[in-house]
Write a protein of this length. Structure first.
Length: 53
């Protein structure tokens, strides 16, 4: 059961990562600027948010 739980956790984190990347990439340049980010950094921002630094 531990392997199944680990796999589910992995899938949930991956889904969260993909959703976060998609949302960050959908920001307009003005919205991204307001947040102090660059849309080209979406993957690294999402990775840090979901998996930690």
């Amino acid at each position: 059961m531990t392997s199944l739980s680990s796999f589910r956790r992995f899938l949930n984190k991956r889904a969260h990562y993909n959703r976060t990347v998609r949302e960050l990439r959908s920001l307009s340049p003005a919205e991204a600027n307001d947040l102090g980010i660059n849309v080209s950094e979406a993957r690294s921002i999402a990775r840090a948010a979901v998996y930690g630094s």
